[in-house]
Design a protein around this ligand. Structure first.
Ligand code: ADP
Ligand code: TRP
Length: 330
């Protein structure tokens, strides 16, 4: 079997073009040279989501997005995290090799603590233990299948480092049992900017959703924040987030023309936003047709995910068995 490339995404919102450029596209491009394993991380979503109907709906949306964007379930193993009962068991075993200090320093937890401290609250107020354990669950996702590479966006870098630390700690005790994975982080799309110039993220509400209805997508693009310069004023393309987003979708020739308009004057933000919306709609036209058909056929999605879970478990079982054996649990 080829080495495994594995990645997951939480069903916490509609997939956006930051997810596409930073994760879906690079991950799917690995399908030829690696055994792709892609999954919907619903246990991770449970650290924040509290409405069961919304969570169920988003699992289908994220699954349909994977398939619409090119995941071939004949080639890749595609599954839902919570369909793998080996995951919680392995998470526990790994947690016993994870130093608590390492988790104290994980960004998501540390940011939540810092915010509490800034507001004079108890440091752990409102923080569930699932959020604290998040990196261990993610390490289990990666290590349970012996993944060689993990394609992710820059914001996940620390999680990959924590995973490597956990695997190395385990291996120091028991020998070369777990594969220590490499993160693959695309240099060109480390951080796709959102409407307001911060990282595009579901949690900032600044996203351009890939499969939103056409009208809504155009409206979102028109909300991209720009400065108050007039069309004839010269502008710096590099510091403008509209230009930064155009870079991902315009042809090289057109991008060069737009760059000239920025530097020499003549770039009208409104027109360029319309152009960007048209480019995005064109890029995803085929995927959008597939998405609409898939989301109307949930039975098909369930079937694909069930089959994928069986294949994933077949890879997981021997690795978990070995971890149980070397530790003395078995
Ligand atoms: P969000 O921040 O919107 O909640 P997720 O945390 O679900 O996104 O991220 C899923 C994947 O997409 C991860 O690999 C993440 O690194 C990548 N990703 C998310 N937002 C961006 C972005 N703005 N630029 C590049 N990659 C991103
Ligand atoms: N934490 C990742 C994110 O927020 C999602 C994820 C869960 C993941 N498990 C994973 C990514 C394993 C890669 C590998 O985007």
């Amino acid at each position: 079997m080829k080495p495994i490339a594995l990645t997951g995404i939480k069903p916490t919102g509609n997939p956006h073009i930051g997810n596409y450029l930073g994760m879906y596209r690079p991950a799917l491009e690995l399908m030829d040279n690696y055994q792709g394993m892609y999954f919907v991380a619903d246990y991770h979503a449970l650290t924040t989501m509290r409405d069961p109907q919304t969570l169920r709906g988003l699992v289908y949306e994220v699954a349909a997005s994977w398939l619409a964007l090119g995941l071939d379930p004949e080639k890749a193993i595609f599954f839902r995290q919570s369909d793998i009962p080996e995951i919680p068991e392995f998470t526990w075993i790994l947690s016993c090799f994870t130093s608590k200090g390492l988790l104290n320093r994980a960004h998501a937890y540390k940011d939540a603590v810092d915010e509490n401290l800034a507001n004079n609250h108890d440091p752990d107020e409102g923080i569930n233990a699932g959020l604290f354990y998040y990196p261990v669950l993610m390490a289990a996702d990666i290590l349970l299948y012996g993944s060689a590479v993990v394609p992710v966006g820059l914001d996940q870098k620390q999680h990959i480092e924590i995973t490597r630390d956990i695997a190395e700690a385990f291996n120091r005790t028991y020998g070369d049992v777990l594969t220590v994975p490499e993160g693959i982080i695309q240099d060109s799309v480390k951080k796709v900017p959102g409407l307001d110039g911060r990282k595009m993220s579901k949690s900032y509400g600044n996203v351009i959703p890939i499969f939103a209805p056409e009208k809504q997508l155009r409206k979102q693009v028109m909300r991209i924040v720009t400065d108050s310069k007039r069309p004839e004023d010269p502008k710096d393309p590099e510091s403008d987030n509209l230009f930064n987003l155009l870079q991902f979708f315009a042809s090289p020739e057109r991008l060069e023309e737009i760059r000239q308009l920025y530097t020499n004057g003549g770039a009208a933000y409104g027109d360029l936003k319309k152009e960007l919306a048209a480019l995005i709609l064109e890029e995803f036209a085929e995927a959008r047709r597939k998405f609409d058909a898939l989301i109307a056929d949930k039975a098909y999605i369930d079937q694909v995910l069930d089959e994928g879970a069986e294949k994933a478990r077949a890879i997981a079982r021997p690795i978990l068995a070995k971890a149980r054996k070397v530790t003395g649990i078995d």
